[in-house]
Ligand binder design. Sequence first.
Ligand code: NAP
Length: 278
Amino acid sequence: MLPDRYAVFGHPIGHSKSPLIHTLFVQQTGENIAYTAQDVPPECFEVALRTFHAGGGKGLNCTVPLKELAFQAADELTSRARQSEAVNTLVWRDDKLCGDNTDGIGLLRDLTENLAIDLSGRRLLVLGAGGAVRGILRPLLERKPACLVIANRTVSRAQSLAARFAALGPVSAVGFPGLQGLRFDLVLNATAAGLQGELPPLPDDLLAPDGDCYDLMYADKPTAFVRWGHDHGARLSVDGLGMLVEQAAEAFLVWRGVRPRTAPVIRRLRRATATGGE
Ligand code: NAP
């Protein structure tokens, strides 16, 4: 029987690890699927979507810069996709296009299950106020932190997010200068600054003793923020590779009703990174 077709759409997409991750999930679960990566510029998204479905495609992942377009294209949305106004997982059900967002649950699983980081009662700082942050605020606030501060270069974007999620917990917004004198137990970097090897301007004493750093970005070498964490006494300072694998596993569950085990896949990707392979 021919495999069911799935793909990741993004632009650029050349360095995506998603095809390897899903190949490892297939080896583990025996599901009969083929998963490819497709470079889709935003202006081609709608046509690419229709062509993929007409060719028998069953579901998609969407990554930068297509998550908002995927949100708009979906006929139906899960509550987590509606709240984040971004979709990273699409599935056709009875010819209806259903949109979901698995980034938040992916981050939460990596933090709490893989890294054993406790969120309840802790002071959280989220750097950035873009699409990724919209997807992670609800699951973070549901863990009942003592407070969650959003810091962003454009303060108004942080303020509007804080206002939108205020009903879910103690969330507030600042610009980067407003971080002076504040201390946090967990700092999550969700800015795109690292793509240029840059960092937001952070005070040296931002991290509480035994505080942790988590960079949503991942790279083959330690990211600028992961290095900042190590240099500023973080207990743990890790990148977002685990989140990437966890959000992929959740998408696989949405599509196939089977949740792959993630620990061996994360180990395999870390090994490949360390040896410069794959
Ligand atoms: P986005 O919507 O484009 O938002 C980018 C954010 O970064 C904005 O808050 C922007 O601030 C800020 N920013 C950009 N350049 C900056 C700079 N030089 N200094 C300070 N702030 C800067 O991007 P996104 O989709 O939220 O993604 C953010 C990061 O999360 C990316 O690195 C992405 O790879 C990562 N991510 C990882 C996963 C995973 O599975 N591991 C999943 C999703 C996203 P302004 O508002 O001021 O422009």
